[in-house]
Write a protein that binds this ligand. Structure first.
Ligand code: SF4
Ligand code: SF4
Length: 180
């Protein structure tokens, strides 16, 4: 398993073509969505149990979480400031987003203090808690995001590699090579 962030960035670049080919394969392989999700969930637990997110926090440095109104209420309560103060101090609207949604003004996230999230988990934005989204349903409908996250997240990189081994390299590589 690869646990070095610099290495996963380099490897993700090197494997970009392969990653897109595997995406194409996943789109046509006819593995039922529920079955695919259960494989991804199992691999997620296998990998995440060996990764120390607190010593990584790369998602808090490189990505912009999306916050809805409920997230704003929880954060303002946690920080003991008004929602308007929260917006002024930390947040910005993204024109690509729903007008009621916000992102943090800066990266790394301004709530990352001493390399740790300063917000207790019960108050964190839902987008932060659900990252890297591998426990969501319909994995195969989110593969572009998964490929993008391979260079950001140790868990996503390793799960995608294990998935290739489990359902592509071991069983289908000969068949698939006929198509490419
Ligand atoms: S709120 Fe916490 S978990 Fe979310 S991006 Fe900021 S530091 Fe990371
Ligand atoms: S979710 Fe991924 S990017 Fe975020 S801290 Fe854990 S391993 Fe790092």
């Amino acid at each position: 398993m690869e646990t070095d962030l610099n290495r996963i960035k380099k490897l993700s670049e090197e494997k970009e073509d392969e990653n897109w080919k595997f995406r194409s394969f996943l789109k046509v392989c006819n593995i039922p969505s529920k079955k695919m999700d259960s494989i991804v969930h199992r691999l997620y637990h296998q990998v995440a149990s060996k990764i120390d997110c607190e010593s990584c926090v790369n998602c808090c440095k490189e990505l912009n979480a999306v916050l809805d109104q409920e997230d704003l209420k929880k954060l303002s309560k946690c920080l003991e400031i008004s929602i308007e103060q929260l917006k002024d101090q930390y947040l910005t609207k993204d024109t690509d987003l729903d007008s009621k949604k916000f992102t943090f003004k800066k990266r790394p996230c301004p709530l990352l203090k001493n390399n740790l999230c300063s917000i207790p988990i019960n108050y964190r934005p839902k987008d932060c808690v659900s990252y890297p989204y591998l426990l969501k349903k319909d994995f195969t409908s989110r593969l572009m995001g998964v490929i993008g996250n391979c260079s950001v997240c140790l868990i996503v990189f390793n799960v995608y590699e294990l998935l290739k081994d489990e359902i592509w390299h071991k069983h289908f590589s000969d068949v698939f090579s006929d198509f490419y």
